[in-house]
Unconditional design. Structure first.
Length: 161
């Protein structure tokens, strides 16, 4: 059975987002081993951080993210410059990955400054949800739903219309 992880920086503060992610996690149990791996967010003491401070944050968060990714994992980095896929294309991607012999797929959501260059370079796919910007907590909920939808599409379920 395919293992699907969402590796993300920070915790969900709003109960309604965490409840939604929990619901999709429960539903995904029928299709895969699903887990959310939350990593701590780096703090910057300044309200107006400079480029060097932001780079330090990205590097530290990126190091922790990369420690959670196994060499054989398929990695999808969620980033604004990534590819836009339809739900059907995401379903096809997950199916191809599974048939291609990968046992784990890691979707990575960075912190408020995004993802480090090293994480993006490690990624097999750079994926964008939209050209719009979403809060990270909402992105986690939307991604959980889209992963569930992808498995429903692949199984011929009635969830996707």
């Amino acid at each position: 059975m395919l293992k699907v992880n969402i590796i993300c920086i920070g915790r969900i503060k709003e109960k309604y987002f965490s409840d939604a992610v929990s619901e999709y996690a429960k539903r995904l149990g029928a299709f895969c081993k699903f887990a959310v791996v939350e990593l701590p967010e780096e703090r910057i003491k300044s309200n107006t951080p400079n480029a060097a401070q932001i780079d330090e944050v990205l590097t530290a968060e990126g190091r922790r993210i990369l420690q959670k990714i196994a060499p054989a994992d398929y990695v999808a980095a969620m980033c604004i410059e990534g590819r836009l896929l339809s739900s059907e294309e995401l379903s096809d991607t997950l199916s191809r990955v599974a048939v291609g012999g990968k046992s784990t797929v890691d979707f990575v959501i960075g912190g408020s400054y995004g993802l480090s260059r090293e994480v993006k370079q490690r990624a097999d796919l750079r994926l964008s949800m939209s050209r719009m910007t979403f809060p990270h907590q909402m992105a986690r909920m939307i991604l959980s739903e889209q992963i569930y939808r992808a498995f429903e599409i692949a199984s011929g379920g009635k969830y996707h219309k």
